[in-house]
Design a protein around this ligand. Structure first.
Ligand code: C5P
Length: 319
């Protein structure tokens, strides 16, 4: 529990993690699978206001528009939605919820509060059915990783989880964001199922995040962290928070920074225990959380009891 109390105050380092997680982090640093070459400076001195302004000036949600090679040559311009993600809500949304899949949300009774927001973002295969009391049942946007599209166990083409929502998919690309290299060797080949789904469901908004957007978020996390972070993309959770901060005036994030219900149960919908789900191994999750903790404008009570962080939308901050 001591770790949790320090996390709430933003006062933790990777040295306080269990040896297994520390070893995993070190191995990822040494492997540098995505060829990350960080050119900036690492420090952690920006105030909440300065951090938000930094995000506001640098975070621009970007999705594949089919205009760059190799996608241009493959005729993707006519496959991607005509309306870009950033223009789906031209007048912006007022209040949004980002619901993490953490086991700690069980027994929270947050469902009603979550559904009261104008838009709700969920992740991957996280269900609402059977968990309404704790997680609500409204889903506006779902962020999915490339495994969801490619692993038959997820039934991407027929599961109702992926219907009647805005879909945003992503896959780890090289840090260079060379689209040709990525297209030839994605982590999981999401390109084929994406085009297939677009052809079968032309009216469903469905986007693939641009690798430049993902790595820009990584750069911002590293620039604002003293320690060397894992050279792997940020978690879907962090990506989702930033997408909602660019579309909404106010963002309420549930069970990202764990509440008093903190548990090693990885997901609320799955009987699987691993501390890495909450604290990170592959993803620089601990550092993402420290950054989000620094931007929280909600009270301590909300953080402890609900696991809720409140963030302003990027267009609602004045710089
Ligand atoms: O596991 P999955 O990526 O589907 O979960 C969605 C997001 O929720 C993660 O990317 C992570 O940011 C967050 N999460 C968490 N703690 C957990 C499980 C998920 O912070 N125990």
């Amino acid at each position: 529990r001591a770790f949790l109390y320090r996390l709430w105050k933003g006062n933790v380092s990777s040295k306080m993690l269990n040896p297994r997680l520390q070893k995993a982090m070190k191995d990822y640093l040494n492997t540098n699978k995505h060829g990350v070459h960080f050119r900036g400076k690492r420090e952690a001195r920006l105030s909440r206001e300065e951090l938000l302004c930094e995000l506001r000036s640098r975070v621009h949600v970007r999705t594949l528009d089919g205009k760059e090679a190799p996608f241009s040559m493959l005729g993707w311009e006519k496959h991607v939605p005509a309306v870009p993600l950033s223009q789906l809500y031209p007048h912006g949304l007022q209040s949004c919820a980002v619901v993490m899949s953490a086991g700690a949300i069980l027994n929270s009774s947050l469902g009603k509060e979550i559904d009261s927001h104008d838009a709700v973002l969920r992740f991957n295969s996280a269900p609402t059915r059977g968990y309404e009391k704790d997680v609500g049942n409204k889903t506006t946007v779902r962020i999915i990783n490339s495994q969801i599209l490619t692993n038959p166990n997820h039934h991407f083409t027929d599961s109702s989880l992926y219907k009647d929502v805005i879909l945003v998919a992503w896959d780890p690309a090289p840090y260079s964001a060379n689209l040709n290299l990525w297209y030839k060797k994605p982590d999981y080949n999401l390109f084929t199922p994406y085009i297939q789904h677009r052809q079968r469901n032309p009216n469903q908004p469905f986007y693939i995040l641009h690798p430049k957007f993902i790595w820009q978020l990584w750069d911002i996390i590293q620039e604002n962290t003293k320690e060397k972070i894992q050279p792997n993309p940020p978690s879907s959770g962090f990506i989702g928070i930033l997408i909602m901060m660019s579309m909404c005036r106010e963002v309420h994030v549930y069970e990202y920074i764990p509440s008093i219900r903190q548990t090693e149960l990885c997901h609320y919908h799955e009987l699987y225990y691993d501390a890495a789900c909450t604290l990170g191994a592959y993803h620089p999750l601990l550092y993402e959380k420290l950054l989000v903790q620094r931007m929280n404008m909600g009270g301590q009570e909300d953080l402890h009891r609900k696991g809720k962080v409140t963030l302003p939308g990027l267009w609602a901050v004045s710089c």
